[in-house]
Design a binder for this molecule. Sequence first.
Ligand code: ADP
Ligand code: SF4
Length: 698
Amino acid sequence: MSHYDILFEPLQIGPVTAPNRFIQVPHCNGLGHMRPRSEAANRAIKAEGGWGIVCTQEVEIHPTAEISPYFEGRLWDERDLPVHRLITESIHKHGSLAAIELVHMGHHSANNFSRLAPLSVRNTPVDSIDPVNARAMTRRDINDLRKWHVNAAKLAVDAGYDVVYVYAAHNMSVLMHFLQARVNNRQDEYGGSVANRVRLIREIIEDVGDAVRGKAAVAFRLAVDELIGPSGIEATNDGAEIVSELAELPDLWDVNVSDWSNDSATARFQPEEGYQLPHTEFVKSLTSKPVVGVGRFTSPDKMVSLIKGGKLDFIGAARPSIADPFLPNKIKSGELEKIRECIGCNICVSSDNVIAPIRCTQNPTSGEEWRKKWHPEKHTTTNQPEHILVIGAGPAGLECALQLTNQGHHVTLAEKATEAGGRALTESRLPGLSSYKRVADYRMGLLKTSPLVNVHLQSELSATDILSFDINHICVATGSSWCRDGFGRQHPRGINTANSKTTWLTPDDLLSDNKLSDEVALNQLQGKHVMVYDDDHYYMGGVIAELLINHGCRVILATPEPLVSAWTVNTLEQHKIQSKLVSLGINIQTSRTVADINEGAVELSCVYSGKSIHTQIDAVCLITSRQPNDSLYQALLKKQQEAGVIELKTLKCIGDCHAPSTIAAAVYQGHRYARNFDGGRTTEQYLDSFEREIVSIT
Ligand code: ADP
Ligand code: SF4
């Protein structure tokens, strides 16, 4: 008898029975209909890991709403069935139920592929900035939409799905557009009152129910609150009325908040697990049907309290299931310390937005299940164990050491700092980034219990030290440093930093290993005019600006991009970041590059006109680019090349020391080193070729 047993009780949903209380709710993964084998394998691993129901991502039901250039699912007609059968079979193989999310995106799609005019509740420009308008649906279009849902639902059952979703969430579906009073301006029986705006959804849930009767359950995914106050759907207003109208109609309620940036809020903006519950928990009181909700749930005790407390019937997860596909099984077997907790960084989301296969900071195997046959929990153990010295216990070194030991090798891990974690640890001290520490905590927690690894902290190694050891596999993971001269995209020759009146800083000065010294550096800047110059465009510029203003500095944030932290549009944070910095009173100068900095003043020039403005500053924090800390690697390489001096079997450099990138990339590189490690029996540099999904011309 375990405290967690309640999470493993089956529950009936319409005609099907979920084996437990874990649902991998719909999430996109950049695989979709273009990478079907990868898609199937990515879902199958969740089923294997114990998720009782595993859902697809959005599945387009008709070419009048296709989300090109992105790759989601597609079920337009019978020709799409083989892909879906592959998905359902891969899920069923592990005893889980397969669910599909049927979607018509309305004016969220510009139909760049099909070139059909998008359909919407009204005449309106599409959501993207494509020069495309959607046209208002006629009565005939509405009937067609109902037929398309029925057709797709029948195909879904034919493909083997057990749960069929009707979708009105994220502001990305025509059904949600019908619900929104500010969008739906119809004068017919589908516009006006809540009862009228709900009418089409009621019809479609009934239609789909008839189409799948007895064979599959019908789930309804609804955004019960748009978090924009009375102009949108609010839980306390329209949201509750909509739920009341449809209360007993679906077999399963899947409820969340809108838009996607709120549903998949990053830990920087929603640090608390269960952040959606205050908006969604009312749903249980209005229906007798089971309810699933999300909120980056990773804590088993929290899950139990939600089910016992009657707040939810199912624990829904997208990101926690990506970070740890085996989360349910680990809870069941009591291996809680092995749970790889999501850090809420949205690197996974960014993959979909840049139309690339999914990746995850915590789980380097995500998206690689089919093409590289990487399994998050299963490892081929070696029968020829070797001893590897890993230098640097940042994300790359830690993951490398962990995976090497998983494969049965011996590891000595040396780290110069007093604590392991590298940039995952230091950056976790920045505003909103505390969850980054989980990258280090998870790995150190497991390494501490491994008999195969020796971790040495406060051990800064030189090439001479290393060569004195009797270890002949060296993996250098010594990280990177922010450039001190402003070198970057805008300044390929750097910025002239040779003037004494200005204090020159980089994030490394404020992120020292020693917790006190960053405070000292910051205190010295109190009341001073500090310019953050961001030519990096990910999160660092924004968080450093926030850190500085929190410490009483007068902050200017200048960037050559038209948006602050421009790349964070891909992690769904950009709007939130810029809003926060504006509200904090940071002087934001976009589309400006540094022309010159001289004796206490900066000249910022407009990237379009070249016109300059002068501003007094006391200090500059340059966030432009990073360079590898590879001097140790280069010294070892040199010695290795001096014949006879050293006989290293293998010498590699990984992570930021190889090529600075995201923490996710460093973890991936560490993992890849271990997977490819063969004790130097081959000299091939790039061992990890991967399977490709090639379009078959038959
Ligand atoms: P990555 O993201 O590639 O893991 P990090 O910068 O996060 O890179 O981590 C690199 C780690 O290497 C840091 O914790 C740093 O203290 C450590 N390190 C750097 N040089 C040495 C060295 N010579 N000996 C031991 N550890 C080192
Ligand atoms: Fe969580 Fe980040 Fe992994 Fe996404 S990429 S699942 S947010 S840890």
